[in-house]
Design a protein around this ligand. Structure first.
Ligand code: PLP
Length: 395
């Protein structure tokens, strides 16, 4: 009787904690005032895109290119793909061309295109918890099965756990570094070890095992840490990313997929991705944004502002007794929940108008996530409330 598929009904009822808490914030703000609701729920950057973006936009608006609003190749504009390929070649030391790059509707669109292309029904994809919860929905869209393993105490990859999870049905491992929600970055030796593991298992099962590297936070790193380029470390790797975070353009939906030139039959994979982009109905990534980001591959928002916010939060919260791994990148903190029940902790925090997301929303109960891509004064104003909460809980 109800005109909604059962699996969608099930997903609605388990609807994302992030969205639930975000909506709670929208409800509370008119009641208490924007300044008195400490909303750390969503990774929606508060900053504006870099000045170079605005300049490129104004330039394009005042010198329009004929046909700039038309359809193009489903992969995107050759110049944009070439600009992305050049930046990735420089970073990784591998020779990418425009035919290794497909422009996409954000990383979310890109991940769907990748899974549509590489998964047969029932294929398994290994994910390390905690993880960006949308992966599960994206895999389900394409008949994929999420196989969850736990990351280590320090949230680094547990390669033994991944090895134990590989079966004859495995098709890929998703990695996300810098990580949402933990902010950890996987070092080069960990990627090398993952590559050796997948090469060996791939040979054993006679299948190509991909690493899908979801990396929208790659430019948001601190303390001199660099994110090792996956193409330099993992043969069968596919990068999916976007400019939602590094250029603060999440509403514009612009990202890309890049495939390692070392993948056997890379041209066939590329053709598959282009087809999937089309038949999923994305058709192509937004045209205007493609023209702009072609000029901005080396630009980013001010990372120092994020580092300051991380330090402000990390230093104060640890002094209050909250425990957490110090994040090396992204704009999240993932502390231990002072109560064993993270959902109950988040409810208690809500009484102080602090809005958080329980670790359960990332497949990791017993923790909570803070998104600190907010104005600095919101963090400053919230500290008293975090202190009172710590006191109530006897930290
Ligand atoms: N992957 C991760 C880890 C994210 O945190 C996000 C957004 O928060 C996305 C993918 C999707 O980003 P978008 O589709 O805006 O590029």
């Amino acid at each position: 009787l109800i005109p909604v598929a059962q699996h969608i009904r099930a997903q609605i009822s388990q609807s994302s904690w992030i969205r639930k808490m975000f909506e709670e914030g929208e409800r509370l703000k008119p009641i208490y005032g924007e300044d008195k609701v400490y909303d750390f729920t969503i990774g929606n950057p508060n900053n504006e895109p870099p000045a170079a973006f605005r300049e490129a936009l104004l330039e394009l608006a005042s010198h329009p290119v004929p046909g700039m609003h038309r359809y193009m190749s489903n992969a995107g504009y050759p110049e944009t793909r070439q600009a992305v390929a050049d930046a990735l070649s420089t970073a990784s030391g591998k020779a990418l061309t425009a035919d290794h790059v497909v422009m996409t509707v954000g990383a979310g669109g890109g991940l769907n295109v990748v899974f549509k292309t590489i998964l047969d029904p029932g294929d398994e994809v290994i994910i390390s918890a905690p993880f960006f919860v949308e992966y599960k929905g994206y895999l389900a869209n394409h008949g994929g099965k999420a196989v969850i393993v736990q990351s280590k105490e320090d949230f680094q990859l547990d390669l033994d756990a991944i090895a134990a999870a590989v079966t004859a049905k495995t098709r890929a491992v998703i990695i996300n570094s810098p990580n949402n929600p933990t902010g950890v970055v996987y070092p080069a030796d960990s990627l090398d070890a993952l590559n050796r593991l997948l090469e060996a298992k791939g040979a054993e099962f006679g299948r190509t095992l991909f690493v899908v590297s979801d990396e929208p936070y790659a430019k948001i790193v601190y303390d001199g840490v660099t994110v090792p380029p996956v193409f330099a470390h993992i043969r069968n790797s596919i990068v999916v990313t976007s400019h939602s975070k590094d250029l603060a353009l999440p509403g514009e939906r612009i990202g890309y997929i890049a495939i390692s030139p070392e993948i056997e039959e890379a041209p066939l994979l590329f053709d598959g991705l282009v087809l999937a982009n089309r038949i999923l109905g994305f058709v192509n990534a937004p045209a205007l944004m493609q023209r702009l980001v072609a000029k901005l591959q080396n630009a980013s928002v001010n990372i120092d502002e994020y580092r300051e916010k991380r330090d402000l939060f990390y230093d104060n919260l640890t002094a209050m007794g909250y425990e957490m791994v110090k994040p090396q990148g992204a704009f999240y903190l993932f502390p231990k929940s002072p109560l064993a029940d993270d959902v109950e902790f988040v409810r208690r925090a809500q009484k102080y108008n602090i809005l958080l997301v329980p670790g359960s929303g990332f497949g990791k109960p017993g923790y909570f996530r803070i998104a600190y891509c907010v104005e600095k004064r919101i963090i400053e104003n919230s500290l008293e409330a975090f202190r009172a909460l710590a006191k109530e809980l006897g930290l």
